[in-house]
Design a protein around this ligand. Structure first.
Ligand SMILES: C[S@@+](CC[C@H](N)C(=O)[O-])C[C@H]1O[C@@H](n2cnc3c(N)ncnc32)[C@H](O)[C@@H]1O
Length: 306
């Protein structure tokens, strides 16, 4: 496996990211500290502000500080959960998203991260929360987005149903757009069929069902690798660079390493940053060992063939 550059920078997200090289980052994948959720044991930590407004302002300041480092084709994925205070839902993710929009960012998508293995709760007077939000925010309208890299399987049309004629209104049972009741209809020729049912799958939808991470090394919520992978494949070209200004246990860097992207991880807590470094290095050496044994097996096989 190729070694990719991964940097680990200790300090406050706004201060550190403001020093990054201008136009050097392709994408940001991050889950900021949630409002009044945890104590990250650092003086400059975000999340314990006295009002929702102060929290939103601090997050917007961080994204404003890192904006010059983002390429004009760059984008941000921001994962945020909501919060009940005094029995009332704050709508915090949307407060942040709208404040980002007011600050000049282009809000491109709100996705729901559905957690099929979310903790049960004893709440009886409202539904149990099993989702968070994921906002895709771009710097300009000309942002990089590889839709093909994250397509998902067609639901109503499998290869089998397509061969058999698919939904009835496209033709009689056993027919295709080219045969049967609708054959010869100009709006059902091959090209249109492929356009409607892309061979790589349908365009990614906005509800992503991904189980919570199994990594238990940190005492805070680590986001799942699958979630980061989807974001990276869509908005970070191969060989590009991803930034996580709230790196925690370094899941973004870990996935970047595996997918051949460079990464920059920032966190204000030295212990977490060390944990992130260890995690990425362990994955690296695991892959090196796997590659070395694969190479050894291949050369043994070759020498046996001689
Ligand atoms: C929700 S955790 C991130 C978890 C991460 N996505 C993962 O998978 O491990 C938020 C992180 O933000 C860090 N943090 C809080 N305030 C910060 C600040 N002002 N600057 C940089 N990092 C900060 C915390 O130390 C914590 O590690």
């Amino acid at each position: 496996m190729l070694k990719h550059i991964c940097q680990f920078l200790l300090g406050d997200a706004a201060l550190v990211t403001a020093t990054l090289e201008p136009q050097s980052i392709d994408t940001v994948v991050t889950s900021p500290p949630y409002y009044r959720q945890r104590d990250y044991a650092a003086d400059d930590q975000i999340g314990n502000e006295s009002t929702p407004r102060a929290y939103v302002d601090r997050l917007v300041e961080v994204f404003r500080a890192l904006r010059p480092a983002i390429k004009s084709t760059g984008s941000l994925w921001i994962v945020l959960g909501d919060k009940y205070v005094d029995g009332q839902l704050l709508g915090m993710p949307w407060r942040v998203a709208l404040a980002m929009q007011d600050d000049g960012w282009l809000l491109r998508a709100d996705c729901i991260w559905h957690k099929p293995n979310a903790m049960p709760s004893s709440i009886a007077n409202r539904p149990t929360v099993d989702h968070e939000y994921l906002f895709l925010v771009a710097k300009t309208a000309d942002y990089y987005y590889n839709a093909d890299a994250i397509r998902e399987p067609h639901v109503t049309f499998s290869e089998r149903s397509r061969m058999k004629g698919g939904r009835r209104h496209f033709g009689l049972r056993g027919g295709t757009p080219e045969q049967g009741k609708n054959s010869g209809r100009s709006n059902l020729h091959d090209a249109r069929w492929d356009q409607a049912f892309h061979p790589l799958g349908r365009n990614k939808r906005t509800v992503w069902s991904i189980p919570l991470s199994k990594f238990r090394g940190a005492h805070f919520a680590v986001f799942p690798e699958k979630l980061v992978e989807t974001c990276l494949l869509a908005t970070c070209p191969p060989g590009g660079t991803v930034l996580d200004p709230f790196a925690g246990a370094g899941t973004t860097a870990l996935v970047a390493e595996r997918l051949g992207r460079h990464s920059i991880s920032v966190d204000c807590n030295a212990e977490y940053l060390e944990m992130a470094k260890r995690r990425v290095l362990a994955a690296r050496s695991e892959h090196s060992i796997m590659n070395a044994s694969a190479q050894q097996a291949a050369s043994l096989q070759k020498s046996g063939q001689r």
